[in-house]
Design a protein around this ligand. Structure first.
Ligand SMILES: Nc1ncnc2c1ncn2[C@@H]1O[C@H](COP(=O)(O)OP(=O)(O)OP(=O)(O)O)[C@@H](O)[C@H]1O
Ligand SMILES: [Mg+2]
Length: 327
């Protein structure tokens, strides 16, 4: 509704995790590289955690886009994790194209093992991707661990990516899952954006949505500071605030969004009631030291080049600057 008023070709702040809009903070870069090299290096288990709305599903979608380019990778993608162990195994078997309905647990396990081993012997990569993994029950996590016992002397045959909210870390730290925990090759974490990143994030989304350089001033710096205060740098909240603010500003025929509009939207969304400490910011996860940083940077450049090429509506976003601190 407001698009033509602000000279935009598309909505900049949609809530769907769309790789086209990826804003590559150092943490997002590192996490993506960790996931990619976990899969490509046949490392077995890789875990990504992050607070609600910080971009985990978005990163998975970027990764899957990248993996879909290679014909030697097959993956099953599970995002409904309130499943019993048998339902879970049926789900992944059917995602790999194996018969699942009406088969009992041992038949499915037999088929899955045969499939994974056959692919491994042809040097093909097989990946199980689990989003919202914090909902997995201990029983299902144990089934997954047993599946990763399929290995040669050199490498794991099934790569497993577990992605979820921080409660996943608590689950993996529990005594019952210590065997699984010992098998995790890499762990990384996403965090909310800082103020500078919030500014970059909003400007990049406006730019990708078609705004001219001046159009990015729709959100002046003092407005962005208020967005940051109410969202605490959580991308999903930034999107919600900015989308609602654009609608309000348009209704008032304002060319730019004022801090007062953001305050009003935050009050409507009751975000101003959340008087909580900022999200904890930790240093880079130690496990990242194991990554070959040069290869990671190359992967990311390939990914962003690919995303630029794949950008929809014939738009070509400007090349992304890799901001990783580890270059
Ligand atoms: N680095 C980023 N660049 C661009 N958009 C982002 C980024 N991080 C998050 N977003 C956007 O924020 C919103 C929430 O992201 P996403 O759904 O991936 O979060 P999540 O961590 O999976 O949340 P949840 O824990 O609720 O599943 C989406 O609209 C997504 O596109
Ligand atoms: Mg998600």
């Amino acid at each position: 509704m407001y698009k033509s008023f602000y000279n935009l070709k598309r909505s900049p702040f949609e809530l769907t995790p769309d790789p086209f809009f990826l804003f590559p903070t150092p943490r997002h870069n590192e996490a993506l590289a960790t996931l990619y090299h976990g899969v490509r290096g046949h490392k077995g288990f890789v875990v990504l955690t992050g607070e609600v709305g910080t971009g985990k599903t978005l990163l998975l979608r970027c990764l899957l886009q990248l993996l879909r380019q290679s014909n030697d990778v097959a993956y099953a993608y599970v995002f409904n994790n309130r499943l019993s162990p048998v339902e879970f195994l049926q789900y992944i078997a059917s995602d790999f194209g194996l018969p699942a309905s009406g088969r009992n647990k041992s038949e499915i396990l037999f088929d899955l093992s045969k499939y994974v081993i056959a692919r491994g012997s042809r040097k093909l990569t097989t990946v199980l991707v689990v989003d919202e993994a914090h909902h997995l029950s201990g029983e299902v996590l144990e089934e997954i661990r047993l599946l990763t016992n399929l290995e040669t002397t050199q490498e794991k045959l099934l790569q497993v990516l577990l992605v979820g909210q921080p409660e996943l870390n608590d689950k993996l730290d529990s005594a019952e899952l210590r065997q699984l925990k010992q098998r995790i090759a890499h762990r990384s974490q996403l965090a909310p954006l800082d103020l500078n990143e919030t500014r970059g994030y909003i400007e990049r989304r406006l730019h990708l949505a078609g705004a001219s350089p001046n159009g990015c001033l729709v959100f002046p710096p003092d407005t962005i500071a208020v967005v940051y205060r109410h969202s605490r740098g959580v991308p999903r909240l930034i999107n919600t605030l900015c989308e609602n603010a654009l609608i309000t500003a348009y209704a008032r025929q304002n060319r730019s969004v004022t801090p007062e509009i953001i305050e009003g939207v935050a009050a409507d969304l009751r975000l101003n009631l959340d008087v909580v400490a900022p999200y904890p910011r930790e240093g880079p996860p130690a496990e990242l030291n194991e990554i070959d940083v040069r290869r990671a940077a190359k992967t990311l450049l390939d990914l962003y080049a690919y995303l630029s090429r794949a950008s929809r509506d014939g738009e070509s976003p400007t090349p992304v600057t890799i901001q990783s601190q580890q270059t």
